[in-house]
Design a protein around this ligand. Structure first.
Ligand code: ATP
Length: 284
């Protein structure tokens, strides 16, 4: 998909409805994309990322696939400030955020949905959402963001007062994504959102990611082991091996690529070994 002038949902509301003193609100800032150049990162003496280049424009979804230990999670951690890169640059909306910490990067519009969901189990769904919007708590837009998140994941609305720990795995993944959206990001990075979920739920998660790209114009960087799910939604795919990107292309271009198949030893492929872009998401 070619990114084209995405609009932020709700961004057309230029007249404030906040009662007395209502006036013209300033236009929202343009949506930011993500640009990563020559990124290197290490755990102690273990060099994990060896010069990664990846860019994700507003309204684009880029999937990163690769075998276990290739460095996919490390890439997301280095991009979102959870791990300080040893070299290269991370640009968010044209600003260099390479040396910033995770909280500062989040404030500048990047939300990270980590592996294993990590919701607060003893807090209600609603309280989890409220915490997700913490960095924007003073802008008076909480109710709008909450409504948009619940529109994307209606199941959460039905469970709004339940403790998050009572939700199914799929619902917890939806909550983790909804919570990330409460920070009103321009860029969302997600680590294996399909992990351990049933095919039907994976389909819902993938559809929601497509909607974030298409209706909100977000830049989405998706790490995903479920190759069928990744190929069904991605505009471009990067294949990582041992800390480097070995091939990039559209799902159609990579459908028959040997490097995609070898990264997964056939997982998620058809009987002929080819990956179908249009096949329904399912477990890898
Ligand atoms: P998977 O698909 O299994 O999640 P991955 O591609 O996400 O793998 P990473 O989790 O980024 O890979 O790990 C890359 C390498 O870094 C691996 O060799 C891993 O053992 C190592 N590694 C990851 N986290 C740490 C850590 N906190 N300390 C030391 N080494 C780590």
């Amino acid at each position: 998909m070619t990114p084209s002038s995405p609009t932020r949902v709700g961004a057309d509301m230029t007249l404030s409805s906040s009662g007395a003193g209502a006036g013209i609100e300033p236009p929202p800032p343009p949506l930011a994309g993500l640009e990563v150049h020559g990124l290197t990162a290490a755990y102690g003496r273990l060099q994990v990322l060896k010069g990664i280049d990846v860019s994700v424009a507003p309204g684009e979804l880029v999937a990163v696939i690769g075998s276990n230990g290739a460095g996919k999670t490390t890439l997301l951690r280095a991009v979102s400030g959870l791990l300080r890169p040893t070299g290269g640059t991370v640009m968010l909306g044209g600003s260099d955020v390479t040396s910033l910490g995770a909280e500062q990067i989040a404030r500048r519009g990047l939300s990270h949905v980590p592996e294993n969901r990590l919701v607060f189990p003893s807090l209600t769904v609603d309280d989890n959402l409220e915490l997700g919007g913490w960095t924007r708590r003073r802008d008076g837009q909480h109710a709008r963001r909450r409504a948009e998140a619940l529109e994307l994941f209606p199941r959460l609305g039905d469970r709004i007062n339940l403790p998050a720990g009572a939700l199914s795995g799929g619902e917890q993944q939806m909550l983790a994504m909804a919570r990330a959206l409460m920070a009103e990001p321009s860029v969302v990075v997600l680590d294996e959102p399909s992990l351990g979920l049933a095919p039907k739920v994976i389909g819902e998660i993938i559809a929601a990611l497509g909607a974030l790209r298409d209706t909100k114009g977000l830049a989405v960087l998706l790490v995903e082991q479920n190759i069928r799910a990744a190929f069904s939604v991605a505009d471009r795919v990067l294949v990582m091996e041992r800390g480097s990107v070995v091939v990039t292309g559209t799902p159609d271009e990579l459908a028959d690529d040997e490097r995609v198949r070898s990264a997964y030893l056939g997982a998620g492929t058809t009987s002929s070994g080819a990956v179908s872009r249009r096949s329904a998401p399912g477990p890898a």
